[in-house]
Design a protein around this ligand. Structure first.
Ligand SMILES: [Zn+2]
Length: 370
């Protein structure tokens, strides 16, 4: 079986490439915002939905106008790709899966996507359209095949990355006899049905002091000054460090779970709803449940493992794994399970939940929901 996989690397642009990329990012942002404005007006003033072809025609008009003729100075491919991304964003919005697409700002991460007609991949090097030299990429691992699409980005800390989309053969790992249930938590990142407890590293908390200092310094700088821009980069770099460390940690954990288990069961996430609860939201975005589940899902698919998600209605915490007794309610501060049904006492709350999740997951697989 073949699947698409993204490989991301850091790269270091030449001054010339930096200028061209800045211009490309600017044009992509301009097109995104102009088309979004056009769509928003059409929708709110005339109740019209603007489709991809209309948006594309609108872009063609923009390129012809003298005051937006600068759009023709960069490769047209990333601009067209940006329309596709916006089309997808609207599709998700109308399907109620996402918020209304937002305007892009200069201060955010910038990106531009180049389809195969807009770059050359030769001798293991990537050269973008309108660039003379190939990009100076730090190849931390080899690409399995020529990329079909590359996305170039600059994060808020000013670092450049390239993400290459490649076709790969999925390599199934050998079958292992183990199955696991995973209970996602706040106190611990997760607890497994085989009694593994993974602490929440709380990267943000550990780096909080340095970040707070950088933020304080930023707030003292005069608006619009060079020093303020510099201080903002330092803050962004601190955020980037934290994000990198968190991602690295998650990759190691999910790799291990997928290697060791044939069937992996977890609760499906409705983080969106949970995030409405303000006090919990920071802790949740900090632990990165969404990313954890995403990694488990795709790594399982690549390795020929089964990843099962249990519906949220399933009372994994409130149900006794031993006898099936279901409590009316169980508040978050109660850490152990004392079962009024079978008399079991002192079972760890999260372990009980993880075992229930495993049981429900295997039942789902067997097609015998209980
Ligand atoms: Zn019980």
């Amino acid at each position: 079986m073949q699947t698409e996989r993204a490989y991301k690397y850091r790269f270091y642009p030449t001054p010339e490439q930096e200028i061209l990329l800045a211009r490309t990012f600017g044009c992509v942002r301009f097109v995104w915002n102009a088309v979004l404005r056009h769509r928003t007006d059409a929708f709110y003033e005339r109740k019209e939905k603007v489709g991809y072809n209309d948006a594309s025609a609108f872009l063609t008009q923009l390129k012809k106008q003298p005051d937006t003729a600068f759009l023709a100075e960069v490769s047209s491919v990333p601009l067209q790709q940006c329309l596709r991304h916006q089309q997808t964003a609207f599709k998700h919005f109308f399907a109620k899966r996402a918020r209304y697409p937002r305007f892009k700002s200069k201060k955010q991460r910038q990106s531009a996507t180049f389809a195969s007609s807009a770059f050359v991949y030769r001798n293991g090097q990537v050269t973008l359209a309108k660039c003379k030299e190939p990009l100076n990429i730090r190849w931390s691992r080899e690409l399995p095949s020529a990329p079909s699409t590359v996305t170039v980005s600059r994060d808020r800390a000013g670092r450049y990355f390239i993400s290459c989309l490649c076709q790969v053969d999925t390599l199934s790992l050998g079958v292992v006899p183990k199955m696991v249930g995973i209970d996602l938590g706040l106190k611990d990142l997760f607890v497994t049905s085989d009694e593994r407890r993974v602490n929440n590293p709380r990267h943000t908390a550990r780096h909080a002091r340095k970040l707070a200092r950088a933020q304080r310094q930023l707030s003292r700088k005069k608006k619009g000054s060079n020093n303020r821009a510099k201080a903002r980069r330092i803050v962004a770099r601190r955020h980037a460090k934290i994000a990198d460390a968190r991602l690295d940690h998650l990759h190691k954990l999910t790799r291990q779970i997928v290697n060791e288990n044939q069937v992996i069961c977890a609760e499906s996430l409705a983080v969106k709803n949970m995030v409405k609860n303000r006090s919990l939201s920071k802790a949740i975005s900090d632990v990165g449940w969404g990313e954890l589940v995403r990694q488990l899902e795709y790594k399982s698919a690549w390795a020929g493992r089964q990843f099962v998600q249990i519906g949220r209605w399933y009372p994994s915490s409130k149900r006794c794994h031993g006898c099936g007794f279901v409590l009316e309610s169980l508040s978050l501060d109660v850490r152990t399970w004392d079962c009024p049904g079978c008399g079991t006492q002192g079972i760890d709350r999260d372990l009980n939940a993880a075992r229930n999740i495993l049981q429900a997951g295997t039942a789902l697989l067997a097609g015998t929901e209980r």
